[in-house]
Design a protein. Structure first.
Length: 182
């Protein structure tokens, strides 16, 4: 079981307890959801299939490979038995030569598995990995109309940072959300 170190608990506004109880890196039982880090290219079709089904942007294989091959330690999958039912794809780099910024590029959970805190657990896994790699903040964009995503991230302490007009190819505005870790 992965646990946020006690010294980092204030950074996530007290989410360490929720993280340690909801996020499991090994499967205790056959019907449980397991959270695993990206291992190899064989997992790529499952990740792509989920994301292509649920997100509005059409990403090419090169986009997936850019994120996953450069930051495999920031890609996590939610598995139910042998099926990938959720995925998060992130990166971590330096922003404005000062800040170590984590970025959540893609998050999706299969529709049949929603409302089980799988998305929350995936985000918390990613945040924990970013903290262990010295991230100062985490940012992401989501469609302004995506109320479930906004609720998920805001419940985790993210705040609305900026509105990006007509950001997506479908013409919908985005909100940039930010979580300060330090």
């Amino acid at each position: 079981m992965a646990v946020i170190p006690e010294s980092d608990e204030p950074l996530l506004n007290g989410l360490a307890k929720e993280f340690s109880t909801n996020v499991q890196m090994k499967c205790p039982g056959p019907d449980d959801i397991c959270y695993v880090s990206y291992q190899n290219e064989l997992q790529m079709p499952a990740i792509m299939g989920l994301i292509q089904k649920d997100l509005s942007e059409p990403y090419s294989i090169y986009t997936y490979r850019y994120f996953i091959h450069n930051w495999p330690h920031l890609c996590f999958l939610a598995m139910h038995q042998e099926h990938c039912v959720g995925a998060i794809v992130c990166k971590l780099d330096v922003h404005k030569k000062l800040i170590s910024r984590g970025y959540i590029a893609m998050l999706t959970v299969d529709e049949a598995y929603r409302k089980q805190k799988i998305g929350t657990s995936l985000v918390l896994n990613a945040i924990q990995a970013m903290i262990s790699h010295k991230a100062d903040e985490v940012v992401l964009e989501t469609e302004i109309t995506n109320k479930p995503a906004l609720r998920l991230y805001e419940n985790l302490g993210f705040v609305r940072d900026k509105r990006l007009f007509r950001y997506y190819l479908n013409g919908v505005d985005a909100l940039r959300l930010k979580l300060w870790l330090k």
